[in-house]
Design a protein around this ligand. Sequence first.
Ligand code: ADP
Length: 319
Amino acid sequence: MKRIAVLTSGGDAPGMNAAIRAVVRKGVYHGLEVIGVYRGYHGLIHGDLRPLSLGSVGDIIHRGGTMLYTARSEEFKTEEGQAKAVKMLEKHGVEGLIVIGGDGSFRGAMKLTQMGIPAVGVPGTIDNDIPGTDFTIGFDTAINTVIQAIDKIRDTATSHERTYVVEVMGRDAGDIALWAGLADGAESILIPEAPYDLDEVVERLRRGNKRGKKHSIILVAEGVASGVKVGEEIRRRTGWETRVTVLGHIQRGGSPTAFDRVLASRMGAAAVDLILDGEGNQMVAIQKNEIRGIPFEEAFKQKHRPDLSMYQLAGILAI
Ligand code: ADP
């Protein structure tokens, strides 16, 4: 194998740059030429490919976002789009592709492998919602962003003796809400994977209030309910002043944490090894701190579940 390519696709995540850097540097270390595909599968179909030198990935390890940009492509979901992508890779002499993204992007990578271009996935998403891996690149940075924001909200919540509802990202996965909630001592955490009862949330608030607690934080994953609605309902039921903060896209940005930079470096390098070793069709995973490749099919067979013992613990500690 002489030439491989790398792209970032779907939602961006802090640490993607560190992963790109690792792919390029490890590839060059093994004597490969590494091509950067700009704007994900959209750029692949439309020929937005440029060689990446060692120097081109300098000074990016600490930057959020992705220097290759990212995109979504409806065209790539069609057979014609995929055929165009394969043609483009063949035209550029690319023999293997590394896709940094989420599970949608990996389904595309699986198709490309089936069509003759071995492709390997590197899990990059703040949601930590990819089955088969304990962590995804960007998750640690996102939860650190959330807890920094909540620490600030807590200061003003304490000063004004208010209840705050904070809505965080996570359409189908509650990991951000769960980890940030546990890390920040939230009174209640609402995640899609566990049934919730607003009566119980209010009851918990009342109990805290009786003990003299004048401020509370309730963390809501966006997939469960709108933070605004939860805030209105709490206000209606308690009559207390309740404020709502929707953290939104700040959770996607920022300089990656040490954990994410290390994870991205290990995973990016492992992706090059997997491409060199075999047939592609695998995703890099971290399981019990060991980096390994697992077939896409194996990952897709499973369903991501957050650690619900942490959910129970958060409930106990916020008693
Ligand atoms: P993520 O990778 O973050 O989950 P998306 O689900 O939006 O993000 O997927 C990113 C891109 O991957 C899509 O725009 C599309 O081009 C491609 N893709 C998603 N699902 C499939 C699929 N089932 N088959 C082929 N390509 C897909």
